[in-house]
Ligand binder design. Structure first.
Ligand SMILES: O=C(O)c1cc(=O)[nH]c(=O)n1[C@@H]1O[C@H](COP(=O)(O)O)[C@@H](O)[C@H]1O
Length: 239
């Protein structure tokens, strides 16, 4: 898919447990950032009156795009009903783990809504050793395309994968599939718990539509400058 403005391809992960901190970052980023990810930490953080879901509604009302990263994975009945609840919230993206039962149930739950489903292929914190330790027989380079093919067959809108797999996914699956790459680190940035990392320019060159970035922005001394530097790298990369 083609995203109109390079700056709109940056999704900032609001990974805070405190809603006030998340709100302060959004204020600091101002009009430079149009797309936010609210994940489990913030969704479960705050009070019952003011939590990540309330912030999602608030940001959507201000015209921001919202990616609710809840990584659903449960029995089909639960996933379908939970997805239907989330679809009623009017957010843009929702993640589910790329297991066939889970993806099919999420697809049924999202039916008739504008919610786009993203399947998380293999978490970017995993390498081949981590997969083996979890009991998988496939290395990352085989498991990601295998799950991606299943996702496409089930009508899933997009995939979350590392930039290292994006080029092959784009080649195999064509221009329509939405490719979202976390594990993004500006050159020289600390990987932290991420194992499959890439620079913003490398992710764009590999065919990513959207880059998810958390700590390189949330922990920067000047978050707006950090976000704008990444957007500049996106704009000048060869996509
Ligand atoms: O679904 C995701 O967004 C996701 C999938 C994945 O494989 N790896 C991954 O890091 N993420 C998310 O992307 C963000 C990355 O954060 P940083 O490593 O701080 O940039 C976090 O919010 C993760 O939850």
């Amino acid at each position: 898919m083609s995203v109109s403005k390079p700056s709109d391809r940056l999704i900032v992960a609001l990974d805070f447990s405190d809603v006030a901190q998340a709100r302060a970052l959004v204020a600091a980023l101002g009009d430079s950032v149009s797309f936010y990810k609210i994940g489990m930490e913030l969704a479960y953080g705050g009070s019952s009156a003011d939590n990540g879901f309330a912030l999602a509604d608030e940001l959507a009302a201000k015209g921001k795009k919202i990616f609710l990263d809840l990584k659903l994975h449960d029995i089909p009945n639960t996933v379908q009903r939970a997805t239907a609840q989330i679809a009623r919230r009017g957010v843009d993206f929702l993640t589910v783990h790329a297991f066939p039962q889970t993806m099919a149930a999420a697809k049924a739950g999202a039916a008739g809504s504008h919610l786009k489903l993203l399947a998380v292929t293999v978490l970017t914190s995993y390498d081949d050793d981590d997969l083996a330790a979890a009991g998988y027989r496939f290395p990352v380079r085989d498991l990601v395309p295998h799950r991606a093919q299943q996702a496409v067959a089930l009508g899933i809108d997009g995939l979350v994968a590392a930039a290292s797999e994006a080029a092959e996914l784009r080649r195999a699956l064509g221009p329509e599939i939405i490719l979202v790459t976390p594990g993004i680190r500006p050159a020289g940035g600390a990987a932290g718990d991420q194992k499959r990392v890439a620079t913003p320019a490398a992710a764009i060159a590999a065919g990513a539509d959207y880059l998810v970035v958390g700590r390189p922005i949330t922990e920067a001394a000047d978050p707006r400058a950090a976000a704008e530097a990444i957007q500049h790298e996106i704009a000048t990369a060869r996509g």
